[in-house]
Design a protein around this ligand. Structure first.
Ligand code: G3P
Ligand code: MG
Length: 249
């Protein structure tokens, strides 16, 4: 893994409609190291990439994903709400992302409902070359996944200021990573998680000041909406940092 891992949050979602192939293609172009995406399950059991439980906010349709078939979902326009230039951009099935990615970027599948878990694992097993981490706010689900053989690496999401029990549970599950809301991250959290063997990836970070602070307290990377600008900032910052280090020694 690179020194500072840049996750494209819902793809390059600052400049393309979130959780679409357009956003994932742009993330790759912009130099992201990994894709974060959210998954729900259709009524007929297809894992699809969408953040909300309904299609209302991010498409021209209405209704719960769990009440719609894949065929119904596939006809929706998930691009125009963001910008008319993205007219016709569909909601992708998870398998399409894995196919297109072909192992180039690490993928973080965030499971939004436990019903989708088995379908996600099935897709992962079909694409063994894809580096994957499955994350969720549902700790019981992650515990269950971590007991599967073979099971995908898991990452514990946490938006609870009382983060220590969550980090300890993650370590007990041999999780790969801990994904805290960025506002709760400080040096103690990072140090503790590292001592528990967990990589730390805060979400969602785009501003340079916060990036610099997080870099200084040694997070392993961030989730961001604009991987291009974070890449540019981090490249400049880490080069300066290395130059400074040379001056010191
Ligand atoms: O995985 C980090 C982040 O995506 C969690 O929150 O609501 O953006 O899915 P949300
Ligand atoms: Mg997410």
């Amino acid at each position: 893994m690179k020194n500072f891992f840049i996750w494209a949050h819902r793809g390059a979602s600052a400049k393309a409609p979130e959780n679409t192939m357009a956003a994932f293609r742009l993330a790759l172009e912009q130099g992201a190291d990994g894709l974060e995406l959210d998954v729900h399950l259709t009524r007929d059991g297809v894992p699809v990439v969408i953040h909300d439980a309904t299609v209302d906010r991010t498409s021209n349709g209405a209704g719960a994903v769990s009440a719609m078939t894949w065929q119904e979902i596939s006809l929706l326009d998930a691009g125009s709400w963001f910008d008319k230039g993205f007219f016709g951009e569909p909601i992708p099935p998870l398998v399409e992302v894995f196919q297109w990615n072909a192992g180039r970027l690490k993928v973080n599948v965030e499971i939004k409902e436990s019903a989708a878990a088995d379908a996600v694992v099935e897709v992962w097993r079909r694409f063994p070359g894809t580096p994957l981490v499955v994350s969720s706010f549902d700790q019981s689900l992650l515990e269950e996944l971590s007991r599967k053989e073979p099971g995908p690496p898991v990452g514990f999401l946490c938006d609870n200021r009382d983060w220590l029990p969550v980090a300890e549970k993650a370590a007990a599950c041999r999780a790969w990573s801990f994904h805290p809301a960025q506002e709760m991250v400080d040096a103690l959290l990072v140090k503790t998680c590292h001592s528990l063997g967990l990589a730390v990836f805060p979400w969602t970070v785009d501003g340079p000041r916060r990036l610099e602070t997080l870099w200084n307290i040694q997070v392993d990377g961030v989730f961001c909406n604009d991987p291009g600008s974070v890449r540019a900032f981090m490249d400049r910052f880490s080069t300066e940092d290395i130059a400074d280090a040379k001056d010191i020694h």
